[in-house]
Ligand binder design. Sequence first.
Ligand code: ADP
Length: 262
Amino acid sequence: AETQLRQIQKMESLGQLAGGLAHDLNNMLAVIIGSLAVFKRRHDRGETGLARYIEAAEEAAGNAATVTQRMLAFSRQQSLAPRYLDVNRFVSSTSELLRHAMGGSVALETVLAGGLWPVFADSNQLENALLNLAINARDAMQDGGRLTIETSNAHLDDAYAAANPECRAGQYVLVAITDTGSGMKPDIMARAFDPFFTTKGVGKGTGLGLSQVYGFVKQSNGHIKIYSEIGQGTTMKVYLPRHIGAAASDQPARLAASLPMG
Ligand code: ADP
């Protein structure tokens, strides 16, 4: 459990690291843009001895390249490896980790449907998504509360797909994560998935948690939707496509390794 706790702290600090890298990158771009603008103006006036402006831009561009290389190394480490997954089993084995992430004042309840369809997803990314959602729920429940994770088979019909253009009709496994926290105003809800959007203040939020969750769901051909009520709480509904081809829900993961992707 202690290594898992360290893992959570690592993920939180990785989120902060990504935010910090983007900030550094932006500062370097400002130096490049500024240096080139000054160079152009003075050059147009026929001035000489302007090499130092070009050199400043060069140096900042070199630093920026180092930053993006670090970001690429980080993202490669998290490349997708989707495989057959029993979400119920996964939620059960992750719940201790989630409890640690949320601390003592939040209760965790899991409601797992029988006969749940299998999905095809990357388990590290799913774990990361659940952690991000649990940490957001914790932050929305400063005075304590309850987090409920409920699984079920779900059919999203044509009417739903028409009302939610990003979503394809079909069979999904629904993982609903509900907190009894502060809830979100509609304008916050509308921007919640935007990278770097946060209401948590400097040094606390990075605004990257939900955009990571959104990226994972999209990569998995899934769908995510927020339901929230101020003062009542929030439900994040994550839909992962049913994996056709693995009939029994207890099929071992090894078998799935030979199944085609997607
Ligand atoms: P961060 O957690 O770093 O702020 P996120 O992308 O995870 O970034 O979340 C963006 C914003 O969405 C949060 O700052 C918060 O305002 C809002 N939010 C996310 N989850 C919840 C929740 N469960 N309850 C209330 N607000 C939430």
